[in-house]
Every structure is written in C-alpha cells, then in structure tokens.
Design a protein around this ligand. Structure first.
Ligand code: PHE
Length: 369
C-alpha cells in the first residue's frame, strides 16, 4: 500500500490531484486508515508490528503529500506570476472620449467673436407671447409669419399662470397668446425693457418653425445681436459684421449689404459674405476646366444673416412699456442682426444635409469633432 501510494504521489502534477490523492489514500474511507482501525482485532502478537508499519506508512504518505503540495504550489505560483506579468512596454488601449456637438462648437465660436467685440451673452424664453414675438417687433396684424402654418402656437391650457401678471399690457389685444418663438428677436425687446442704453448683447438659443427639409428642421438655433447707443449707424453694423465674417470664414473675406425688409428694422439688409470656396470670383480656378463655383452658385457671395437699424417704432414701443424715454429714437439708435447657427455650421464645415446633425449617428458627428 505504501509503495503504491508513494508512486501515485510522485506522479501527481498538480496540487488539485494531490488533494484528491490525500482523500483517496488517507481519507475516512481509504484502505490504510481502515487497516489501522482493524489493528485491535488482530491477535495480540501481531498488533505491534502491523500497527507500527501501518502508522509509519500513513505518516510517510502524509509527509510526502505535504512536501509535494508545497513544491507544486510554489511552481504554480511562479507560473501564475509569469503569466500575469504586466508588460509595461505595451501601448495603452485608447479610451473613447466625448466631444462637443458641431452646433455647440459653432455657437461657442460665434459667442467668442462677439464677446471679443464687447457684447454680453444673454438668453431668453423659448415660449413667448404674441406680444414679444410679433406685436412689439412691429409686425402688422396680418403679417404672414403669424400664420398657423408658419408658427407653432401653444394651446391656451399650456399657459403658465406666472406670466399672466395683473395689468399685463398684452391682455387686451390677445398679445398674451403663447407660441414657440420663431426667432430670437423678442429678446431685443426684453433686453431694452430691463436695461438702459447703451446695450450690446447677443442672444443664442433655440427657435421653432414648422419647416422640414435638407436645410430646415422644425427646431433650430439662432444668434440675435443688438447694439443700441448714441450715434449708431449702418457703418457700425457693417464694421461689426465684417469682423464677425472674417473671424468665422477667414481674414480675406468681404461682406456686402443687400436691401431687404424686416418689420422691426429700417433700413433692413441681408448680409452676404464673399465665397470662401472660390475666393469670391464665382469660378473654381483651382479645379480642372475652371467650373462655376458650386457653393455660391457662381455669384461669388453667400447669404449669412439678416440685419438692419432698429426701427424707431420698436424703440417707441419699448419706451411706452418702460414708461420713460430712455430709448428716445432722437437720442439713441441701434442695429440688430439675426443668424442661423445651423446655416453657419453647414457652410463652414460642408455639411450637406442639416438632418445629419440631428440624427445623432456618432460615425457622422465625429467627422466634425
Ligand atoms: N429675426 C429675423 C429672422 O429670423 C432676423 C433678423 C434679426 C433680422 C434682427 C433683422 C434684425 O429672419
């Protein structure tokens, strides 16, 4: 028994096998312990010799197993240490990091430009009253933008009680009906109502119109600008917007003002920037065959925003609400502008379809990260 056991122990190669052997050779049901328990049944003259031999065999096997376990455990630990060793020369696995959405980045770029020109950044409510969105901005009562097809009106039940102040100037004429603002221009009014001139603010934020195609989404973003001070003229407007256009589209850009109409500015202009794809020539001199420029359609100019001098009617309406003449059009003048952030972003970064920016496919968004 002892010899067979010793051979088994010697050939075991893992500590697990040895534990199994210990049970098989020395455990409760094993042969050797059985034999030891049977010693008392033997004739007295045999008891001493058999008991001694069996005891020695048990101790020897126990010692042998202990010793083998110790050596094997050492070896197994060594093997594990080798296998688990950290190779500090391997390059790390890159962790994916998030980035800002293109619209957020362009919005911040625009804010930085105007902060540098001395404008403050303010925000306003996305739900507005008809008063602030249209009436106070000098829209005629039949102005087409007021149409249900062009404006998201909110059901009366969604009115927030807090805005229905007693003595609300809108209350009599229905101006207190609520809508999702169609532009950031209502903040021109809110800013002048609460702040004395001079004011120079920009207003980034979400606006809403029922429109949907490659260049329109029902919700989009604008940045409004307003500067009211003494002696503000169209030249100030042009200087500020030229600085803006060059900061965003490149130092070589020029701008031009085209006559236009907005109810709340007089005169009103649309502002074009010289095309940064063809340098304003309308022709792609850098491409074979010198084709007509696709970005500006060969005109050399790209429309970027609407603007104008604040209409005296708007200033007078602000005075009326304020109950003073802080914005007397004989004393202060101003200019205002409004641009679409998506439009600037698409032009600058060559985004072919606005909807790509709202589908949140990371493979697409990362291209502009
Ligand atoms: N609010 C106008 C629009 O959304 C843009 C604009 C703003 C025009 C300020 C003139 C002055 O189209």
């Amino acid at each position: 028994l002892r010899t067979a056991g010793e051979a088994d122990v010697a050939s075991a190669t893992t500590t697990e096998e040895l534990e199994a052997l210990r049970v098989r050779l020395l455990g409760r049901k094993a042969e050797l312990p059985n034999l030891l328990r049977g010693v008392s049944d033997l004739p007295p003259q045999e008891r001493g010799a058999v008991g001694k031999a069996a005891n020695q065999a048990r101790q020897a096997l126990q010692a042998l197993i202990d010793e083998r376990i110790a050596t094997l455990a050492d070896a197994e630990l060594d093997a594990r240490l080798v296998a688990d060793r950290v190779d500090v020369t391997l390059p790390g696995r890159p962790e994916p990091v998030g980035g800002l959405h293109l619209i957020t980045r362009v919005r911040r770029e625009i804010e930085d430009v105007f902060l540098g020109l001395g404008f403050d950044v303010v925000e306003g409510p996305e739900t507005e009253t008809v008063h602030y969105n249209f009436d106070a901005l000098n829209h005629a009562s039949n102005h087409p933008a007021r149409d249900r097809a062009d404006t998201f009106y909110l059901a009366p039940s969604t009115r927030l009680p807090a805005v229905e102040r007693p003595g609300d100037p809108d209350a009599e004429d229905g101006g207190s009906a609520r809508l999702l603002r169609t532009h950031t221009s209502p903040m021109q009014i809110r800013t002048m109502e609460r702040q004395d001139p001079p004011v120079a603010v920009i207003v980034p934020g979400r606006v809403y119109r029922p429109d949907s195609d490659a260049t329109h989404t029902p919700q989009f973003h604008q940045v409004e600008g307003l500067w009211v001070d003494v002696d503000i003229t169209l030249a100030d407007l042009k200087g500020v917007l030229l600085s803006f256009a060059r900061a965003i589209f490149g130092d070589e850009r020029e701008i031009r003002l085209r006559p236009h109409f907005f109810p709340f500015t007089e005169p009103s202009v649309e502002v074009d920037v010289s095309c940064f794809a063809c340098g304003g020539s309308g022709i792609r001199a850098d491409q074979p065959g010198h084709p007509r420029c696709g970005l500006c359609k060969g005109t050399g100019w790209i429309e970027i925003l609407g603007s104008g001098l604040v209409d005296p009617n708007v200033l007078r309406a602000v005075n009326e609400t304020r109950g003073d003449d802080a914005y007397d059009p004989e004393r202060v003048q101003g200019f205002a502008f409004g641009m679409g952030i998506e439009r600037i972003a698409m032009l600058r970064h060559g985004v072919p379809d606005l909807r790509l920016l709202y589908e949140n496919d990371l493979r697409v968004l990362e291209q502009w990260a």
